[in-house]
Design a protein around this ligand. Sequence first.
Ligand SMILES: [Zn+2]
Length: 135
Amino acid sequence: MDPNCIFCKILWWEIPSVKIRENDDFVAILDAFPNRKGMTLVLSKDHYSSDIFQLDNDFLAKYMKATKEVVGLLKKWLNVEKVWLIIEWLEVDHAHIKLYPFYNWMWFQTGVWSWPQESLENLNIVANEIKDRNS
Ligand SMILES: [Zn+2]
């Protein structure tokens, strides 16, 4: 853990978040500044650089597999055919993959920019729609 890293603080519950899926190595949380319903971050549990292409191949493959499972949840429960995947390291230097459910072309124009912070209450409403329901 890096005590100065906001994603580490989220992972260690110093900052509340809304989780939709988790395994041994990764956690998927709803973005607190969503520009669309279900905007999601897939974070590594350990603190790695946001340049995830530095990860070893086996771990990167696990990361993609975990992300694919989250994409499946978003597609299924939010009823979207496509989910964008963005890997950038512009602000927080902690491995994270951003997922954007694609609803329609209007949402295309909103791009990847964050919107104002959403309440935990509203994020939990969305999470309850898309959490893994073991089905
Ligand atoms: Zn971190």
